[in-house]
Ligand binder design. Structure first.
Ligand SMILES: Cc1cc2nc3c(=O)[nH]c(=O)nc-3n(C[C@H](O)[C@H](O)[C@H](O)COP(=O)(O)OP(=O)(O)OC[C@H]3O[C@@H](n4cnc5c(N)ncnc54)[C@H](O)[C@@H]3O)c2cc1C
Length: 367
């Protein structure tokens, strides 16, 4: 297979699409990215980029551009609502030299977009249908424009049109939770930010995440709370948020009381069931389109980056496109199936034991 002859169309310019575009263009393939939005934007919130993700960026020559807008972190800690430690996961994991790096989602997508050649990303192109022709596929966008490619990469997120038309009609699954996310200044954190480590406080079904972004003098403040309303963008008031953090450390209650609700991103939390097959001979899924998972393990965006790397690796190794796509799925699907499974666990004492086998939570009973 001559990779430089390959014409690749990526649908979606989120983390998954951008990473796939970067990795595949480095192989010499001709890559175009089609994004429905007229402007690239992300939610105001932070995430942790794992060592394996950072290693991919090193491989792609963009480590410095990403690291520049991050703060390295040593560990992730789980605590009770009132701050008693339950569990601590050191990162980097044993033997790995690279740290997890904490980043603002907006900075992350900007850095990834900045790493793509000019003209590769086409905005305002909303995919309406994909036709698999066996050898190659045809995309049709709103307004009737089309594009043909030898390989289509469906990176169009949890509500993926590509997945729905070719691989699975099962709708996303509501978790029974809402996520309320914003970024505040460190000064507004009432002394809760003491170092560069991610902390999650749990109590009565609510999880509060404080993810420091020292390089911005900010902290990402996220509440995940039980709520039976599965409306994708539910209406929620400050009083509702305060109810979810009742009984939490008074400083977290004070942060919540001070929030500017206009800055808070509010959404119901969904994932998908594992999809049996991610590819035909000319269309393949990556990122949330393939394996959207709940955020309890902080692995969705990281997995999307890994997918791009694994897809490029498979194309390099295999003798044909067909073989490459099968190899990609065989490499990635067992990993993401398991992440989807453990991400559905909500951090009760038993669930913490399942995720951190062999470690006994110290104080989970106080939750
Ligand atoms: C509350 C919450 C917290 C999270 N926290 C973390 C975390 O800490 N760590 C972590 O690793 N992950 C986290 N995630 C998961 C992470 O956000 C996702 O896994 C990641 O954004 C998936 O990237 P993606 O590129 O696959 O999909 P998306 O980011 O959804 O991107 C899909 C892109 O495709 C475009 N698109 C969609 N449909 C079409 C169409 N028809 N035509 C053209 N373009 C289209 C969209 O506009 C979008 O730009 C969290 C998620 C949530 C909801």
């Amino acid at each position: 297979m001559q990779l430089s002859d390959l014409k690749i169309a990526v649908v979606g310019a989120g983390y998954g699409g951008a990473a796939a575009a970067k990795a595949l263009s480095l192989l010499g393939a001709r890559v175009d990215v089609y994004e429905q939005a007229s402007r690239i934007r992300e939610v105001g919130a932070g995430i942790g980029l794992r060592p394996s993700t950072m290693n991919r960026f090193r491989e792609w020559g963009i480590f410095d551009a990403i690291a520049e807008v991050t703060s390295p972190s040593d560990y992730f800690e789980i605590l009770t609502a009132t701050g008693d430690p339950i569990m601590k996961e050191a990162w980097p994991a044993d033997g790995e030299q690279v740290h997890t790096h904490l980043i603002h989602r907006g900075d992350f997508i900007d850095a990834l977009m900045g790493a793509l050649p000019e003209g590769m990303v086409h905005l305002g192109r909303k995919l309406e249908s994909v036709e698999d022709k066996g050898e190659g596929a045809v995309l049709t966008f709103a307004g009737g424009t089309t594009a043909e490619a030898d390989l289509v990469v469906g990176a169009d997120g949890i509500k993926s049109v590509v997945r729905h038309q070719l691989f699975s009609q099962k709708p996303p699954v509501f978790s029974g939770e809402h996520a309320y996310r914003t970024v505040i200044s460190t000064d507004a954190a009432h002394g809760m930010v003491v170092d560069d480590n991610l902390r999650m406080y749990i109590g009565r079904g609510t999880k509060v995440y404080l993810l420091p972004l020292r390089h911005r003098d900010q902290v990402s403040f996220d509440i995940t709370a039980l709520d039976p309303d599965g409306t994708w963008a539910p209406q929620v008031t400050k009083e509702d948020l305060l109810t979810t953090v009742e009984g939490f450390d008074e400083r977290m209650v004070a942060i919540t009381r001070d929030l500017d609700m206009d800055t808070v991103n509010i959404r119901a939390v969904y994932d998908i069931d594992p999809v049996d097959t991610w590819h035909t001979n000319s269309v393949v899924l990556v990122g949330d389109a393939a394996h959207s998972m709940l955020h309890h393990q902080g692995q969705g965006a990281n997995s999307a980056i890994e997918d791009g790397g694994a897809l490029a690796d498979a194309l390099k190794q295999a003798g044909s496109l067909k073989e490459a796509l099968a190899l990609y799925q065989a490499t990635r699907k067992p990993v993401t199936d398991e992440l989807q499974r453990i991400s559905r666990q909500g951090w009760t004492e038993e669930e913490i034991n399942d995720v951190f086998p062999g470690q006994k939570p110290a104080a989970a009973g106080q939750e």
